[in-house]
Design a protein around this ligand. Structure first.
Ligand SMILES: Nc1ncnc2c1ncn2[C@@H]1O[C@H](COP(=O)(O)OP(=O)(O)O)[C@@H](O)[C@H]1O
Ligand code: SF4
Ligand SMILES: [Mg+2]
Length: 394
C-alpha cells in the first residue's frame, strides 16, 4: 500500500510570534568547539548542540564539515565546514544576506550542485546514507521520495510549456511510479492539500498566480510524502499577504504530515514566526546557531543583531532602523581575521588578525571572539541588544 496523506483539515491558527525577552540567560564565556585556528578545524559533535532537539526524536540528517567551492581563477569558498543536524518534523531556518552561501548549502545537501561548484569536503548523511558519495541511481531513490526541494522561483522551476498534471506525472514516473490511476489520484490529492482546485491540473504555469505556482511546487514536493523538504526562499517573489498565507499553509501541512523543513530566507520575520531553530550564515560559515526563541530574545553574534535590527518592530517607540553597514565580503578575497570585522560595530584589536572559532554556549554555537573568554575584548554582560527586535513583525 502506497503512503497516502490525510485530507486537509481546517487551517491551523497562525503561529504566535516569539515573545521578546523570552530566552534563557546566556553565559557570556564559552568553550570553542572547533580545533584549528580560523574556525576551520574539525567540529566535534558539540556543534550539534545548536540544533539538538529538545525532545528526543529520530535524527534524519547529519551535515558534517561540509565545504563547497566554486572553481575559478580565484576559487570562492561558498560553504566552509558547515555542520548541523536535523531531527524528524523540525523546521530549521537558514538566514543571512545574499551571497552568504545559503542556496549553495541547500543544493549541496540535495546533491544538486553542478560545475563550477564542487563539494570539497564533508558528509551529508540522510537516514544513514552519505548523499555526497551516492551514485546518480542511488540519488534517484532518495530524491523526491525521502527528500525533495522547492526552488526559489516557481516560474523558472516549473516547465512553462507543460501542464501541471504532466509535470506531476513526469516526476512520479521518473521515480518509478507506473500506475496511471495512482498517478492521477495522487496528483489530485497533493493539489487539494495545498488548497488548489483539481481543475488546475490542466493549467499551465502562466495561468496560475505567483502564490498558486509556489503552492504547485510544494504540492510536487509532496508527491512521495518525503521526510524532509528543502525550501530555497519559496516566498521571496510573493507579496506579503500571499507570503503569509503560504507560510501558514506550509506549517499546517508540516503538522499534519510530519515532514522536516530546511527553510532558506533572508526574512527574519518569517523565521521568528515559523521556525524551531535558526542557523545564521555569513561568508559561507555558520556564525550563530540555536533555537529560535532565545536567538530572537538575546542574539549573540553582532551579525545576528544587525540582521534583527534591520527589521522594524510593530511595538514600542519608533526608532530609526540601524541595519548593517557595508556588504558581505567577496568570497574570493576574504578579510584577514574575522570575516565580519570590516562591518562589525563590536570589533576590537584581535578581530583584525584572528579568525574566530565556533564557541559553544548554553544550547548555542557562536563564531565571535567576544565569547572566547581569552582576549582583550570583554564578553557582553547581557548578550543582546535589549531591544524588542522582533515582536509583531510580519
Ligand atoms: N555560478 C557561480 N559561479 C561562481 N560563484 C558562484 C556561483 N554561484 C554562487 N557563487 C558564489 O557563491 C556565493 C554564495 O552564493 P549563494 O549560495 O547563491 O548565496 P545565497 O543563496 O546566500 O544568496 C556567492 O557569493 C558567489 O561568490
Ligand atoms: S570576532 Fe570581532 S569582528 Fe568578528 S563578530 Fe566578533 S567582535 Fe565582531
Ligand atoms: Mg540564494
Amino acid at each position: 500500500m502506497r503512503p497516502r496523506t490525510p485530507p486537509p483539515t481546517a487551517p491551523a491558527a497562525d503561529p504566535a510570534p516569539v515573545p521578546a525577552g523570552a530566552g534563557p540567560a546566556t553565559p557570556a564565556v564559552a568553550v570553542p568547539v572547533t580545533n584549528g585556528p580560523g574556525g576551520t578545524g574539525p567540529v566535534p559533535s558539540g556543534a550539534d548542540l545548536a540544533t539538538a532537539p529538545t525532545v528526543a526524536k529520530k535524527r534524519i540528517l547529519e551535515v558534517k564539515e561540509l565545504s563547497v567551492e566554486y572553481a575559478g581563477v580565484a576559487p570562492a569558498q561558498a560553504v566552509d565546514k558547515v555542520s548541523f543536524g536535523l531531527s524528524e518534523g523540525e523546521f530549521m531556518a537558514i538566514v543571512g544576506e545574499s551571497g552568504c552561501g545559503k542556496s549553495t548549502l541547500l543544493f549541496a545537501i540535495a546533491h544538486l550542485l553542478s560545475s563550477p561548484a564542487e563539494v570539497t569536503g564533508g558528509t551529508v548523511v540522510f537516514n544513514g546514507q552519505n548523499m555526497v558519495a551516492m551514485t546518480d541511481k542511488q540519488l534517484r531513490a532518495v530524491r523526491w521520495r525521502g527528500m525533495s526541494v522547492v526552488m526559489q522561483s516557481a516560474m523558472n522551476a516549473l516547465n512553462p510549456v507543460m501542464s501541471i498534471e504532466t509535470q506531476f506525472s513526469d516526476a512520479m514516473k521518473a521515480h518509478g511510479e507506473k500506475n496511471p490511476n495512482y498517478i492521477r489520484a495522487r496528483s489530485e490529492e497533493v493539489l487539494v492539500l495545498v488548497g488548489i482546485d483539481v481543475v488546475h491540473l490542466k493549467s499551465y504555469p502562466h495561468q496560475l498566480s505567483g502564490g498558486m505556482r509556489q503552492r504547485a511546487m510544494i504540492a510536487m514536493a509532496l508527491l512521495f510524502s518525503p521526510e524532509l523538504i528543502l525550501m530555497d526562499e519559496p516566498t521571496s517573489a510573493l507579496d506579503v499577504v500571499a507570503q503569509r498565507s503560504l507560510m501558514v499553509q506550509v506549517k499546517q501541512l508540516q503538522r499534519e504530515l510530519g515532514f522536516a523543513i530546511i527553510f532558506v530566507t533572508h526574512d527574519m520575520s518569517l523565521v521568528a514566526h515559523f521556525s524551531d531553530r535558526v542557523v545564521v550564515m555569513y561568508a559561507g560559515q555558520i556564525v550563530e546557531a540555536r533555537p529560535t526563541r532565545p536567538l530572537f530574545a538575546s542574539p549573540l553574534h553582532p551579525y545576528t543583531r544587525g540582521l534583527l535590527e534591520a527589521f522594524p518592530s510593530a511595538y514600542g517607540p519608533r526608532a530609526p532602523l540601524e541595519g548593517i553597514p557595508g556588504s558581505p565580503p567577496d568570497l574570493t578575497k576574504l578579510p584577514v581575521g574575522c570575516n565580519f570585522q570590516p562591518r562589525c560595530a563590536k570589533a576590537f584589536s584581535r578581530c583584525a588578525s584572528t579568525s574566530p572559532d565556533l564557541y559553544e554556549l548554553d544550547g548555542a554555537v557562536v563564531r565571535c571572539l567576544l565569547y572566547s573568554g581569552a582576549g582583550d575584548g570583554l564578553p557582553e554582560p547581557d548578550g543582546g541588544t535589549g531591544r524588542d527586535v522582533q515582536a509583531g513583525r510580519a
